[in-house]
Write a protein that binds this ligand. Sequence first.
Ligand code: URA
Length: 231
Amino acid sequence: MDRLDKIISSQTNYSRKEVKELIRQKRISVNNEIIKKSDLKIDSNNDKILIDNKPLQVKEHVYLMLNKPKGYVSATTDKTQRTILDLVPKDYLHRNLFPAGRLDKDTTGLMLITDDGDFAHNILSPQKHIKKIYKVTIDLPITEKMIQDFKNGVILNDGVCKEATLKIIDLNTGLVTLTEGKYHQIKRMFGCYGAKVIELERIAIGNFFLPVDLKLGECREFTEEEFKMLK
Ligand code: URA
């Protein structure tokens, strides 16, 4: 049981003060009764809240997917640059959202944005072995040596990488699967061979693949089915 004004302000862009005003204007009902007091205690799992006759869906956390374009930094605030939160629909912005894992400014593709710290931690933890798949184009041909080394663990200056897979799509393009996320990892892995990454796109997290209809810059919630595939 929690206070009505607290629940509504946690789920919408309305402040507690604004919720009070909505109540004064008789715009909020609980279980079909117009409410007069903002400190009413309700059970958000069972009680039916309507604001202007529209049902309020109470969710503890949200899980959003974004098809990140180039030019956005994977941060929640930045003094000068656009951040991925600039692409999140404003109905979600009252939550403490953050990206679960970073993509470089010039990397595109699937990003998970959430306000669930435990979940994000699990997705990112190398111990959980949740794979992230990237499509990468480099400026040199992909070699058998790269494929073998990726499997055995490429040595970077901050440690040995976990086993990764590299599959050739064509001469310069391949699919890389990682279960960890070191700083600029893929760029540095190819850098060991004097190769430069030209294009990098994350196409999957766990068993969930970037939907073909999610356009660059689009952001929406995971459905329940999609969400299960993340793990
Ligand atoms: N590896 C990189 O080098 N950059 C990314 O954005 C993701 C993985």
